[in-house]
Design a protein around this ligand. Structure first.
Ligand SMILES: Nc1ncnc2c1ncn2[C@@H]1O[C@H](COP(=O)(O)OP(=O)(O)O)[C@@H](O)[C@H]1O
Ligand SMILES: [Mg+2]
Length: 332
């Protein structure tokens, strides 16, 4: 069953244009001019019950704006969104009962209340039955290591503690659809791992549908089978993470610091220079055709190398390669 349905979804922000000087300011007061910013641009997708989908893109791609339209916080400029058969904005209250949302950069909990009091309030607002609440509280406390946090006010928590608290509060009413907007931003690996395990468990035991927004590929690889990539508001890929991994896991980059500058070097087949600067050279190679040591050896035969480093491809470079046709028609 399709739980989320998005058709030609578009959001255009109108931003008041600043004018220079006093006359400009006065003019702007009486005849404000606006700039239009298309944050989400005719996006289409469908998500089925129980899926965990990674909604990814670089900063400013339009991820949060999409989530805000799906939660009913923002109204689409055009196109439409349906969540569990409802218009999220028009039927906000009904929608809110069945969804949960976490925004990584800010808390939705009461700043000064002890965490357990916040939880009690949330449970009451959502009318979670008493016995169910007790049971969930025990489970969550164990999985997210919350016991020692119950009496701590949110404002005194570290970022990782806050995020664990936030997740528990968001899932205590057992929503059918959960949006997690950058839930692991700024967290260390141990906390990230705990949060990922928790999300995985909720999805597996309750068939919770999860939309996970991030620009961290690590989160995605562990949780999602499917990813939707957006860039500048447009959907540029919707498909298995596996395809992305095969396609881009193939490539590695080595950056060489050299003693002298050199423009022309001969490389083994499967390798090419992607970036040349004075005394610095970046080579991308296909791991199925050659190896890092072959590339390094070939280069060191031709120029004097001071240092070099190997890097994994990141999201921004993957997006650039998708534009350059790396996925061909498969993605469209
Ligand atoms: N309330 C707003 N008013 C004007 N522009 C906005 C607003 N919210 C977001 N934007 C712009 O829309 C674009 C997409 O933003 P956002 O959805 O937050 O991206 P992401 O979450 O992928 O980083 C950005 O260019 C951002 O500056
Ligand atoms: Mg965002």
């Amino acid at each position: 069953m399709s739980v989320i349905e998005v058709r030609e979804l578009t959001k255009v922000f109108k931003i008041p244009k600043k004018e220079i000087g006093l006359t400009g300011a006065i003019k702007a007061l009486f005849m404000p001019k606006y700039e239009q910013k298309t944050a989400v641009d005719r996006v289409n997708f469908q998500i089925d019950e129980g899926e965990v989908v990674g909604y990814i893109g670089v900063n400013g791609a339009g991820k949060s704006t999409t989530i805000k339209m799906l939660t009913g916080i923002l109204v689409p400029t055009s196109g439409h969104a349906r969540v569990l058969g409802r218009d999220p904005h028009k039927e906000r209250v009904a929608n809110a009962r069945e969804i949960g949302v976490v925004f990584g950069q800010r808390t939705q909990l009461w700043w000064d209340l002890a965490f357990i009091e916040s939880l009690n309030l949330v449970a009451r607002i959502y009318q979670v039955p008493e016995t169910r609440y007790k049971k969930l509280l025990d489970q969550f406390a164990e999985m997210l290591e919350l016991k020692e946090l119950f009496h701590v006010p949110i404002r005194n928590m570290s970022l990782g503690q806050k995020m664990r608290a936030e997740l528990a509060a968001t899932l205590i009413h057992e929503p059918r659809v959960v949006y997690l907007d950058e839930p692991t931003i700024g967290l260390d690996l141990i906390v990230k791992e705990r949060i990922r395990e928790f999300i995985k468990e909720q999805n597996q035991t309750k068939s919770t549908t999860v939309v996970l927004t991030t620009h961290d590929l690590g989160d995605i690889e562990e949780l999602c089978k499917r990813v939707i990539i957006i860039d500048a508001g447009r959907l540029i890929y919707d498909g298995p993470i596996e395809t992305i991994k095969q396609q881009f896991g193939k490539y590695r980059e080595i950056t060489f610091e050299t003693i002298h500058s050199s423009e022309r070097v001969t490389l083994p087949s499967g390798a090419e220079t992607t970036h040349v600067e004075p005394r610095r050279l970046t080579v991308r190679f296909d791991r199925t055709l050659t190896t890092a040591s072959q590339v390094a050896a070939a280069l060191m035969n031709q120029i004097e190398v001071k240092d070099f480093s190997l890097s994994e491809p990141d999201l921004a470079s993957i997006i650039k390669q998708i534009y350059n046709g790396a996925l061909n028609r498969e993605a469209a």
